[in-house]
Design a protein around this ligand. Sequence first.
Ligand code: ATP
Length: 338
Amino acid sequence: MATTITVIPGDGIGPEVTDATLSVLEEAGADLEYDQQLGGVAAVEAVKDPLPEQTLDSIRHTGVALKGPLTTPLGSGFRSINVAIRKEFELFANIRPVVTLVPGQRYEDINLVLIRENTEGLYVGVEHYIGMEGDPRAAAESVMIITRFGAERIVRYAFEYARDNGRKKVTLAHKANILKFTQGLFLEVGESVARDYEGEVEFEARIIDATAMQLVKDPYSLDVLVMENMFGDILSDLMAGLVGGLGVAPAANIGKDVAMFEAVHGSAPDIAGQGLANPSALILAAAMMLDHVGQREVATRVRKGLRETLSDPRTRTPDLGGPATTSEFVDALLENVR
Ligand code: ATP
């Protein structure tokens, strides 16, 4: 029986890259049915609500969502629609594989995975201004929250991921030398979880700034990386840069009951509707989704087709220095996934 998934095309280049992705999934033989739902500005225009209850109900029901980028409308009462969805379904793990698909980048054959904690850290939104001497914004304060529960859950996820995917090493990146309480707790919990995997998966702890340098100097010395929310946000863009940029960077957000797959990039309003968008990131996210729902053969076909299409400079989109429009790229890819 076909698996039903929720599809949210989203804003800006979202509908273009979603159309492209669905046509590739169909050509590759994915056994899926789609429940199309609204979110972001598109949802405000249609039903005056950036995150309609119907969309949330659909995700609750299917447990799997493929999501285009959502723009958070100003004054909507949301800090970020994307963060609101992650919170609603407690999508605690953000998985970002960084794999070379386009030859001729800064490095060849990169194969890394970043696992970012998605619910805690500085992104909990506990912040305020402090007024002094007539200046209501003389100072500002943001609170970083790390819990033993949250740290244990994400580090354990990283080790399980490493073990299930034949990975050798987990690197925990932290700043415990300065943030002794929050980052210190993250490190302490990480070291304790690592002991459960001794002999199976190697463990190392590295200071976050040294990790950033290592990623640029010798990315081959790393494998699976795990870190708290904001460090993960920053390093995942750095890592996307190692393999060609945002156009080829997918992400999975995993919770206990729901998994949501998306591109790392945003809605790119500057290029929307011009046939310039590179749909590869969402297509790679869809391949992760196929793995998740047990259609691994189809996922492999999609990745292989993408690799072939991206290895030909004539069928690359402009963000990768190529001349192809979105539809020319997709036409070439459809040939390669059959
Ligand atoms: P948002 O506010 O939704 O995050 P943004 O434009 O600020 O959108 P991104 O959409 O992440 O940020 O992208 C930054 C720039 O990178 C875009 O303006 C666009 O030029 C380029 N870009 C991002 N994604 C793609 C893509 N899939 N294909 C081609 N170029 C892209």
